[in-house]
Design a binder for this molecule. Structure first.
Ligand SMILES: *Cc1c(COP(=O)(O)O)cnc(C)c1O
Length: 439
């Protein structure tokens, strides 16, 4: 699909369903998946991290495309189930699992519970034994060190995530002694948003080495080994995509040697990834509500901004604020080559609601559409949508050239992480309006 085909569909989505809206092109996700499959072969499993974009229709579409989902809450478990996913194909990560969530996951038959602490192991063991089950678990390891340039913020530092490598051996022995659990393998999420192919390959080798050492020291014949992929996407001008061919050339020999060891012949090695699959498939489309020139600078004020797309405003783990790539859809007057510097801002009454500073675009007028790139991951789901009480943005999925409105309904409130035993009752003194909203 060419840029102008995509623009035509983005414009149709905006005109038909309204702005602001997120538009996801499934064809672009297919391209990412086939790139991964061709480079790494069918033996490397793919697990989609739901938190990147939990839209139910997207999860349903992905069920034919990726092997597993990684969920991080009971809410995401329910979304996956509603989207038709077999719970046996899910893994459940997250450092703050509530007891009710662990119970719900075990009862639902979640394939792998990812153990982030001995507290979780003990709770899961008790729940599994009560249900006369043995729950397969992966132990999440926090490495002591990682190759430079890859998630080095996460290795060797105090972290809420996983069990420190320094104490892993003792923890493994404890987990192996719990009869309600079976240790099915290990999980390492080493970092995120890496674009350097050599560092990525080196990191994966390092992770395989940790897996090998732990498994042989404790005689584990793993069913699954999960590598948090760290595969990044080029958000900003001047960044280049990961060279996957290079990663695979550096890695495939290593992987086949690894698999030859009898202990690992049945191990499924899985790449767990969010943004790499869906980020580039999505555009955030916002319409210019008003323009002005203030002290010599052109400003376009749009109907959606930080409230819909926090990361594009630079307030989501970005060290240095840089604008996401974006373009305007259609050129009203003159030619696309005639551009001017413009500040693109959202509708909120705060100066941090800014999508771009001084980006070069063809002259914008009221009613024009702007498409912000790389908006398929951590867009809507990572944003303060209630701030200043604007309506929820629309979500649209493009399958072939058909537009499907897939706006997520929050009418019944976000999924609550509690079952009957933990249900919270509203007590006297609750304002009736709040009680209605929670009903
Ligand atoms: C967030 C997360 C991912 C996905 O990260 P991306 O950078 O989007 O690929 C994968 N695994 C875990 C455990 C995560 O927390």
């Amino acid at each position: 699909m060419t840029r102008s085909d995509e623009d035509e569909l983005l414009k149709r989505a905006a005109d038909r369903f309204g702005t602001p809206c997120f538009v996801y092109f499934t064809q672009r996700i297919e391209q990412r998946i086939s790139l991964l499959r061709t480079n790494f072969g069918p033996d490397l499993g793919l697990s989609y991290a739901v938190k990147a974009n939990p839209n139910p229709a997207l999860l349903e579409w992905l069920s034919g495309e990726v092997d597993h989902l990684d969920i991080s809450s009971a809410g995401e478990l329910r979304l996956a189930q509603e989207a038709g996913w077999d719970p046996a194909l899910l893994s459940f990560t997250g450092p703050g699992k509530r007891e009710a969530e662990i119970r719900e996951a075990i009862r639902a038959g979640v394939g792998h519970l990812v153990i982030e602490s001995l507290r979780e192991a003990r709770i899961a063991d008790r729940i599994a034994r009560q249900a006369a089950r043995v729950q397969p678990v992966l132990m999440r390891i926090s490495p002591e060190s990682l190759p430079k340039g890859f998630g080095d913020q996460m290795a060797g530092k105090p972290t809420p995530f996983g069990i420190d490598m320094e104490v892993a051996h003792d923890a493994i022995s404890i987990i192996q002694s719990l009869t309600g659990l079976s240790l099915a393998g290990f999980h390492i999420y080493a970092g995120t948003q890496c674009l350097k192919a050599d560092v990525i390959a080196e990191t994966y080798r390092h992770l395989l080495d940790i897996f090998a050492r732990l498994c042989s020291a404790h005689d584990v014949k793993p069913a699954m080994l999960v590598m948090g992929s760290g595969l990044g996407v080029p958000y900003h001008q001047g960044e280049t995509p990961v060279d996957l061919r290079f990663v695979s050339r550096m890695l495939n020999g290593e992987l086949s040697t690894f698999r030859k060891e009898p202990r690992f012949t049945n191990a499924k090695i899985v790449l767990e990834l969010g943004r790499y699959l869906v980020s580039q498939a999505g555009y955030f489309v916002t319409r210019v509500v008003s323009t002005k020139t203030s002290r010599g600078r052109r400003i376009a004020i749009c109907d959606g901004g930080m409230n819909n797309h926090l990361p594009a405003s630079g307030h989501f783990g970005m060290v240095m604020r840089r604008s996401y790539r974006m373009h305007s859809i259609g050129v009203r007057n003159g030619s696309a080559d005639e551009t001017e510097a413009v500040d693109v801002v959202g509708p909120l009454c705060t100066s941090i609601d800014r999508l771009a500073s001084g980006v070069e675009l063809p002259r914008l007028e009221e009613g024009d559409l702007i498409a912000v790139h790389n908006s398929g991951a951590y867009g809507l789901t990572a944003s303060p949508v209630h701030f200043i009480s604007h309506p929820m943005p629309e979500e649209v999925m493009v399958v072939a050239d058909t537009l499907l409105r897939i706006t997520r309904s929050f009418a019944s409130g976000p999924a609550r992480a509690c079952d009957s035993e933990d249900a919270v009752r509203l007590v006297d003194g609750t304002h009736p309006a709040a009680a209605n909203q929670n009903a």
